[in-house]
Write a protein that binds this ligand. Structure first.
Ligand SMILES: Nc1ncnc2c1ncn2[C@@H]1O[C@H](COP(=O)(O)OP(=O)(O)OP(=O)(O)O)[C@@H](O)[C@H]1O
Ligand SMILES: [Mg+2]
Length: 269
């Protein structure tokens, strides 16, 4: 067994995962982080999506200068953390995208293990300080860096984001297996884009069949943490880099995120 990396000062590490891309993982991550913060917690976000790091974009943080290629990953095991996280809305943020470059592409076929190592090493090198929760936003699928994170980082639980369509659910079932095999608790499913709220009249439209009625076996026992509607209020706030829970905390959809964090916190305590 490879020794697990201890992140000093961090109480709980939660990963946000999905099978399919584009289901709203990053949107859910940033809003959940802000909702946890509103409940009084100190929260960090680590964007481990090396293929498409979006956390900086969604929170409006940018790197000032370009790095000289890939950062060095071979460091002494006991080397102290040295990367200062960025601060946005009181959240501590670090993204592999800020170190590797927002517009640089890493070819996963070239060295999948190096990608896992880079992500785990970066996570370890950040001076997180005292955090109640560290949320890790993952790329879709069950490849790297998921496997390295599962192997090296003590993860307290997984939040799975799906959309209601069956394909996305089946994919979520597949990515679930990696965590289940490592006996990491699956905290539940956030069903994103669950229904549609008409921006003109406010009427709720159920467009898809819901995951509760249509679940693959791997998700059968996983609780539903909550539903988030498909609504322009979410995408507009994401586009202006001021997520809904910060921008309009009283909005009913922001309240839905707050309700999810209450369930999450009770499941973790
Ligand atoms: N509930 C929602 N209502 C409206 N728009 C949404 C909702 N959830 C996400 N979006 C929008 O959908 C797009 C994709 O969301 P996001 O980037 O969070 O997905 P992702 O799963 O992280 O994608 P990737 O797999 O590429 O990392 C974004 O433009 C976001 O603003
Ligand atoms: Mg994403």
């Amino acid at each position: 067994m490879v020794p697990q990396i201890f992140i000093p000062g961090v109480q709980r590490v939660i990963v946000v995962a999905s099978g399919k891309g584009g289901v709203g993982k990053t949107t859910v991550t940033v809003n959940l982080a802000l909702a946890l913060q509103r409940s009084g917690a100190t929260v960090g976000i680590f964007d481990a999506d090396i293929y498409g790091p979006n956390v900086p974009l969604m929170l409006g943080v940018h790197r000032q200068k370009r790095s000289q290629g890939m950062i060095a990953i071979a460091r002494r095991k006991d080397a102290p953390a040295y990367i200062q996280p960025l601060d946005r809305f009181g959240l501590r943020i670090m993204s592999v995208g800020l170190l590797v470059g927002e517009d640089e592409v890493i070819d996963p076929a070239r060295s999948p293990d190096a990608i896992g190592q880079l992500v785990v090493q970066t996570l370890k090198d950040v001076q997180w300080g005292e955090l109640d929760y560290l949320l890790i936003d993952l790329p879709p699928s069950a490849g790297q860096p998921q496997a390295s994170l599962v192997q090296h980082v003590p993860i307290d639980g997984v939040v799975i984001v799906t959309t209601p369509q069956d394909l996305s659910l089946l994919d979520a079932g597949r990515s679930l297996r990696l965590f289940q095999q490592a006996t990491i608790p699956i905290l539940g499913v956030v069903e994103n884009m669950s229904y549609f709220i008409c921006p003109d009249c406010g009427t709720r439209h159920e467009i898809f069949q819901h995951s509760e009625k249509w679940r693959p076996p791997a998700l059968a026992d996983v609780p539903l943490l909550g539903r988030i509607p498909l609504t322009p209020t979410i995408s507009k706030s994401i586009n202006k880099a001021d997520p809904l829970v910060h921008d309009h905390p009283d909005d009913p959809v922001a309240q839905a995120f707050l309700a999810i964090t209450a369930v999450l916190q009770s499941r973790l305590s």
